[in-house]
Ligand binder design. Structure first.
Ligand SMILES: Nc1ncnc2c1ncn2[C@@H]1O[C@H](COP(=O)(O)OP(=O)(O)OP(=O)(O)O)[C@@H](O)[C@H]1O
Ligand SMILES: [Mg+2]
Length: 339
């Protein structure tokens, strides 16, 4: 649906070139919520602005539904942009227009009739839960309400794609959650593909299907949210994962590792109802092995329980091997070593 091929954007800064986006290739599938995470200055905003050509890439190609955006003339580009909505960290609303006026604005530009505009805006106000705020001005709204207007405006021309640039970064945690739920509803009910950038791992954890980690203008790691959360590769990805869940091995367990030979301590990672408890009691019953949880943490990933347990298997090596084979068929198992 969105395909970036070797996209590079170089800015001039005091006569020096800045590679804000450096040879990025990325594919976003129809209907998914794809997140790009990175620290400040990584090039996220530049990347997302290249998608709808708010920023023209220095080189590379951008395909939307197999159409190369960089080859379109102004008229064709305008038409394609109607199918790409965008929302911003600071909402970018028109302060001189009411909520109704803000949402109606893109429809006016697209030359919809007055009756069509009223019908569509009314629908959207209802969708984002602001039916009673149509005649308010942006300054009379809270941050969360402003972002709801931003979302309604972005949806006005019935886009296929929604681009979100730090859509929740200006909001408190509770409001962030409500807006993320609304974005999920946009994705599910309208089937809109969402590309979002953020520096907050909880945003990725909450609603994304896949994620790319960006650093110094490059994508250094990408995968499903489960894969990146359960086995982050790069130091940056590890830090982001750590920011929302503690996956450190406690010192007491490290001590134990030093004294036990062989140690038979494993990290079990699972998502959803394959939850560990029945699995471990099965191990205890079916094998001559005792499975003890030494440390455990369960958080939520995409609305499902996501667990991270450190378990010691006690028993004869042969039995432990069999028990592990059994567990490995169902969930991800990693050996825990001293490090
Ligand atoms: N118009 C511009 N002119 C010169 N340099 C720019 C311009 N826009 C961005 N840059 C530089 O490109 C790099 C990436 O900026 P970008 O805004 O894309 O980062 P970001 O990941 O969105 O950061 P943040 O999380 O702070 O929003 C930075 O070094 C920035 O200074
Ligand atoms: Mg930015």
């Amino acid at each position: 649906m969105i395909s970036l091929q070797n996209v590079t954007k170089v800015f001039e800064s005091n006569g020096n070139p800045v590679h804000a986006v450096n040879d990025i290739s990325l594919d976003v599938e129809k209907g998914e919520i794809f997140g790009v995470i990175g620290f400040s200055g990584a090039g996220k905003s530049t990347l997302i602005r290249c998608v709808n050509l708010l920023e023209r890439p220095t080189s590379g190609k951008i395909f939307i539904n197999n159409k190369d955006m960089t080859e379109l003339d102004q008229a064709a580009l305008r038409k394609t942009r109607q199918k790409i909505g965008m929302i911003f960290q600071h909402f970018n609303l028109l302060h001189s227009r009411t909520v109704f006026g803000n949402i109606a604005y893109p429809l006016k530009l697209a030359k919809f009739s007055k009756a069509e505009i009223t019908k569509r805006v009314t629908e959207l106000l209802q969708f984002v839960g602001l039916e009673d705020k149509a005649s308010y001005y942006p300054d009379q709204l809270s941050g969360g309400q402003k972002q709801r207007v931003g979302i309604a405006r972005a949806l006005a021309t019935s886009p296929d794609i929604l681009l979100c640039d730090e859509a929740t970064s200006a909001l408190d945690p509770q409001t962030t959650d409500a807006i993320l739920q609304l974005l999920k509803k946009v994705n599910k009910e309208y089937g809109i593909t969402i590309l979002m950038i953020t520096h907050e791992m909880n945003v990725i954890r909450e609603i994304c299907d896949r994620v790319a980690v960006m650093e110094n203008g490059k994508v250094i790691e990408q995968g499903t949210v489960f894969d990146v959360f359960s086995q982050p590769d790069s130091r940056t990805a590890k830090n982001f994962v750590r920011s929302v869940m503690n996956d450190h091995i406690p010192d007491s367990i490290l001590e134990q590792l030093k004294s036990n030979q062989p140690s038979n301590i494993y990290r079990l990672i699972f998502l959803g109802e394959s939850a560990s408890q029945p699995l471990l009691s099965q191990v205890n019953k079916q094998f001559d092995v005792e499975a003890n949880v030494l440390f455990g943490q369960i958080t939520e990933l995409q609305g499902k329980p996501f667990g991270n347990l450190i378990v010691e298997f006690k028993g004869k090596q042969e039995e432990v091997r069999k028990a592990l084979d059994f567990v490995e068929k169902q969930i991800l198992v990693k050996e825990v070593r001293e490090s």
